[in-house]
Design a protein around this ligand. Structure first.
Ligand code: RET
Length: 260
């Protein structure tokens, strides 16, 4: 199928198309709001948290534009054993690709907030990228149904490391850094929502095909809205009004601002 044909199919499915454009609109508004919220922030660590968080809606606009235009969507024939075996299934593979760029930014912001050291920050980001790329591989594998789930299992293993650092390592670091209150709120929001992604992957056309493509897309879009924009708003609002705490905090990374 050509890109134009894919684009026509997307436009014909209003519910699906809206799940893309709702996010493009929200991401645009978020960018304006976050730039405004950060206009007076001067502490280097707080600024870095702002820049990392601002990257999330910026990546999001690009991600959803890729989906809405048909550039990062393909119709893939599912392998034998898959519930839709032999059928051409709309696959939004651009999502998994762009998560590899947006989720590390969320984790960078969280790690800075928790006062992570460099080793933990590196570990979490590398594991997270591994999770997204193997998730992409799971969605794009059309030769074998079993191997799709093999990729899925690898992706889950990467995800387990991310969850461990968030729930155990960084929770303890945030206590020491004095940011435990806001960190715990954002941690719970992140862990609960992120768990939804592999669940909807399994329920959607990529996995057991219990849910229709448009519903799966809305599920991802809705989770994205909370995991990205609501998350970012809560984090940035806190950072903007607690700049002192952020600049004075005990952090395993040392001073972000260098010698100044
Ligand atoms: C996949 C499928 C394979 C198994 C696992 C997954 C996890 C995905 C996650 C995505 C989070 C995305 C976010 C995007 C916001 O921009 C790839 C669905 C574990 C956790 C938060």
């Amino acid at each position: 199928m050509t890109q134009t044909e894919v684009y026509r199919e997307i436009r014909a499915d209003q519910l699906l198309n809206l799940s893309f454009w709702a996010n493009i609109a929200l991401a645009g508004l978020s960018i304006l709001l976050f730039v405004y919220m950060g206009r007076n922030v001067e502490d280097p660590r707080s600024q870095l948290i702002f820049v990392a968080t601002l990257m999330v809606p910026l990546v999001s606009i690009s991600s959803y534009l890729g989906l809405a235009s048909g550039l990062t969507v393909s119709f893939l024939e599912m392998p034998a054993g898959h519930p839709l075996a032999g059928e051409e299934v709309l696959t939004m593979w651009g999502r998994y690709l762009t998560w590899a760029l947006s989720t590390p930014m969320i984790l960078l912001a969280l790690g800075l907030l928790a006062g992570s050291n460099l080793t933990k920050l590196f570990t979490v980001i590398v594991m997270d990228i591994g999770m997204c790329v193997t998730g992409l591989a799971a969605a794009l594998t059309t030769s074998s149904y079993a191997l799709r789930w093999f990729w899925y299992a690898i992706s889950c293993a990467f995800f387990a490391v991310v969850l461990y650092v968030l729930l155990v390592e960084w929770s303890a670091d945030a206590e020491v850094a004095g940011t435990a209150d806001i960190f715990d709120t954002l941690k719970i929001l992140t862990v609960v929502l992120w768990l939804g992604y592999p669940i909807f992957w399994a329920l959607g056309a990529e996995g057991f095909a219990v849910l229709d493509v448009a519903y799966t897309s809305w599920a991802y879009s809705a989770m994205d809205i909370v995991a990205k924009y609501v998350f970012a708003f809560l984090l940035l609002r806190w950072v903007a009004s607690n700049e002192r705490t952020v600049s004075d905090m005990a952090s395993g990374l040392g001073s972000v601002g260098g010698t100044t």
